[in-house]
Design a protein. Structure first.
Length: 117
């Protein structure tokens, strides 16, 4: 769940990519809404994805947000939104990787079982 090396770096890049597309798509499609709550609702999952904190939950939330944007896109860059939602779902399934807060909190642990006497 927490691969290191090239796979961990690729998961980090994928998390940052999902966070960036969430912010860019959110401001592009909901740019007319000037509510700071909406911007905060996009910034919190994006920030937590960048740091890798509770990654499966926030990437699933990101996927749902992007699917919601897809409903209101009405022919504008629907393919881009579908790929972004798909990438968010992939991050939710794969997990955060070794270069994340989740790896520090929930990382690998050494389980030692004492021998039977």
């Amino acid at each position: 769940m927490f691969p290191t090396g090239t796979a961990g770096a690729a998961l980090f890049a994928l998390r940052v990519s999902v966070a960036a597309t969430l912010m860019v798509d959110g401001t592009a499609y909901w740019g007319l809404a000037t509510s700071s709550w909406l911007h905060l609702g996009l910034a919190v999952p994006a920030t937590f994805l960048c740091f890798g904190f509770l990654t499966p939950y926030f990437s699933a939330l990101s996927c749902l947000i992007q699917l919601g944007m897809l409903l209101f896109a009405s022919g504008q860059n629907e393919f881009h939104l579908m790929i972004s939602a798909f990438n968010s779902g992939i991050v939710a399934v794969l997990g955060p990787g070794a270069y994340s807060v989740d790896a520090r909190i929930f990382g690998r642990r050494l389980l030692s079982i004492p021998p039977h006497k």
